[in-house]
Design a protein around this ligand. Structure first.
Ligand SMILES: [Mg+2]
Length: 409
């Protein structure tokens, strides 16, 4: 059975165990059966309002014998995160429960010159709170959002979640927050803390964008509780669950493939890229040693807004090497995530779809632009430097052998 394949079950609460005050069908009996099977259970919620103690007591009222240390809320995780970062004072937009969790971790709640501005939300959140948060961030407080959820389910329909308020403050302050809750890996790490390195964990939730994506980013199997299979344009989308079940009772049936992490990170955005294979009269290829990656590479970059690809290529080659080039022919289009997902020191991860063109030199002598390149030079295609970006010998080969159609990889 599915449950037997895992040591730890990380259960989302809203939409999996209960909806509003009402338990969902089969949830209570199924969880008690998991306890009988000696499974470790952690209850994870992005709701930053209640304390862990309150949730444990609410679960016990439903007939689930949960303990406080089995509960991981976005509020508690935010408090732990701030304590780990050495933060001792924070202003708060959010509930008393959130303030209680912060104080329990030694973070004083104050509006007097706080080190951090913690934004959650509750029913009393107002325009004044958004203004207060904006001003603290403007004065230098670190902006921390408890969770990214724009809304959460209630029996009457969706209600605005903390993410809606976090994004309001972000718009007003012009600063991006650090967000703690799912799908960030931090909450899952905290949930598994102390259970050993090689436990087999599964995340069970009702929201692909937080529960399933978070599970996969943290390297765990993700099961979706939903009436229908979700649709996704790409099977590689990390929001695609490993299994969809209709209630927790389905955990005692057969059939799941466990998750294996792919060799790339989940990108924040997709960008069109350009690259140039430029050859000189001796048929050598132009390479630059990139200042950011300290590896040899073709001249390349992004297409900017409203910029035709042809102009983007000649601009990038000019900026990086000082050469004027004529853009000749499309040699290949490259988008495989294993090669085309890059993480930057800013914390952003970008998936490039790169159009690589064969180019000829119109005029100029190559010269390294200080900010972009450590060195620029021409290389024999049969004697490329060993520290070249791993996919680019293939791109160069595709550009030289352009007899057929462009390569699509
Ligand atoms: Mg949920």
């Amino acid at each position: 059975m599915i449950a037997k394949r895992f040591d730890v079950l990380l259960l989302d609460l809203d939409g999996v165990v209960y909806l509003g005050d009402e338990p969902l069908p089969d949830a209570v009996d199924s969880i008690n059966r998991l306890y009988e099977l000696d499974k470790e259970i952690r209850f994870l919620t992005n709701d930053p309002r209640p304390t862990r103690r309150t949730i444990a007591s609410d679960l016990r009222e439903l007939g689930i014998n949960a303990q406080e240390d089995e509960i991981v809320t976005a509020g508690w995780a935010t408090a732990k995160y701030l304590a780990q970062q050495g933060v001792t004072t924070a202003a708060v937009v959010g509930s008393e429960g959130l303030e209680t969790e912060l104080q329990s971790e030694g973070v004083e709640v104050t509006d007097s010159d706080p080190e951090a501005m913690v934004v959650g939300a509750d029913e009393g959140t107002s325009y004044r709170d958004i203004r207060r948060a904006t001003r603290h961030i403007d004065q230098g407080a670190v902006f921390v959002g408890t969770n990214p959820d724009g809304s959460f389910p209630t029996p009457d329909g969706p209600a605005p979640g903390a993410g809606a308020v976090v994004r309001a403050v972000e718009a007003a302050a012009g600063t991006e927050p650090t967000v703690v809750g799912k799908p960030e890996p931090l909450m899952f790490e905290m949930a598994l803390n102390g259970l050993g390195d090689d436990v087999r964990a599964v995340v069970i939730g009702d929201t692909p964008a937080t529960d399933v994506l978070g599970a996969h980013r943290a390297g765990h199997t993700g099961i979706l509780v939903a009436d229908e299979e979700p649709t996704a344009a790409s099977a590689r989308d990390l929001q695609v669950p490993d299994l969809t079940i209709s209630t927790l009772a389905d955990l005692f049936t057969e059939g799941i493939e466990t998750w294996e992490s792919p060799p790339y990170s989940w990108p924040d955005e997709i960008r069109p890229g350009v690259a140039a294979v430029v050859r000189n009269d001796a048929d050598e290829v132009l390479l630059m040693k990139r200042a950011d990656k300290r590896q040899w590479a073709l001249p390349m970059g992004s297409v900017e807004r409203c910029e035709p690809v042809r102009e983007a290529i000649s601009r990038e080659v000019m900026e990086e090497t000082g050469l004027h080039v004529e853009v000749e022919e499309l040699a290949g289009v490259y988008s495989h995530p294993a090669q085309q997902v890059f993480s930057y020191s800013s914390g952003k991860t970008v998936h490039f779809v790169t159009n690589c063109f064969r180019c000829t030199i119109e005029e100029g002598t190559p010269e390294a632009d200080e900010e972009e390149a450590l060195e620029v030079g021409f290389f024999d295609v049969n004697d490329l430097p060993p520290d070249i970006l791993s996919m680019q010998p293939q791109w160069i080969a595709d550009a030289i052998d352009i007899s057929g159609s462009p390569a699509v990889r």
